[in-house]
Design a binder for this molecule. Structure first.
Ligand SMILES: Nc1nc2c(ncn2[C@@H]2O[C@H](COP(=O)(O)OP(=O)(O)OP(=O)(O)O)[C@@H](O)[C@H]2O)c(=O)[nH]1
Ligand SMILES: [Mg+2]
Length: 202
């Protein structure tokens, strides 16, 4: 039995996930035009928040990783709680949108790899592909990169995504400037259509 959310709703879900402060709430706000709390400090979204778009629920989740004012243990607990919640939804997950901050991505990946570890975004990508029918990667904050570097950074991200079969779908985006929001809507619509679900009126 899929877990019910607080409204008792069992609609299929499109979930937005990613590290703290990458812009998950901003991307959802830019997509749907609905008000969602956005903050300068990591840890702004503390509980999942769903927006009913007719046939599907769009769900904003708390970020994993650093949260302002929280210790290591609390951060670890929050990540475990998020993973468990996502697993409990897996029967309803049509699409997971993994949001990353492309302006920090290379530096973070290099830091993890230098420690001999799998970068957390990539670990999360693998996890999301196991529990959701589709995954889209949003490379947010593209406005923070000089325009001459954008293609190169997207190629770098592409190379880092664990590939099984189909090529990953990456949408470079700026939630702040509204760049490529239409492209993201198109990708989401493509997935919903493939699953026989009604397209939301944005
Ligand atoms: N430059 C730039 N800043 C952005 C963009 N998207 C979001 N931000 C800023 O990034 C910060 C975090 O945005 P949020 O949308 O709250 O990020 P979040 O991933 O929901 O964060 P948590 O809820 O804390 O996990 C805010 O200061 C936003 O204004 C973008 O495309 N470009
Ligand atoms: Mg948020």
């Amino acid at each position: 039995m899929p877990e019910q959310d607080h409204s008792g709703n069992e609609k299929p879900m499109v979930v937005f996930a990613g590290r703290s402060n990458v812009g998950k709430s901003s991307v959802m706000r830019a997509l749907t035009g609905r008000r969602l709390k956005v903050g300068k400090r990591p840890g702004t979204t503390r509980w999942e928040k769903s927006i009913d778009l007719g046939a599907v629920l769009f769900v904003d989740t708390p970020g994993f990783g650093h949260m302002a004012g929280q210790g290591r243990k609390a951060i670890e607990r929050a990540k475990t709680a998020l993973v468990q919640k996502l697993e409990s939804w897996s029967g309803r997950l049509v699409l997971a949108v993994l949001v990353i901050d492309i302006s920090l991505f290379r530096e973070l990946v290099e830091r993890w790899e230098n420690k001999g570890e799998i970068p957390i975004d990539m670990e999360f990508y693998t996890f999301l592909s196991e529990i959701s029918q589709h995954v889209i990667v949003v490379a947010n904050k593209i406005d923070k990169l000089p325009s001459g570097n954008r293609a190169e950074e997207i190629d770098y991200l592409h190379d880092k995504i664990p590939q099984k079969g189909l090529a990953p779908v990456i949408v470079p985006l700026s939630a702040k400037q509204g760049t490529n929001i239409v492209e993201l809507r198109n990708e989401i619509e493509r997935v919903l259509q493939a699953e026989g679900l009604q397209i939301p009126t944005w």
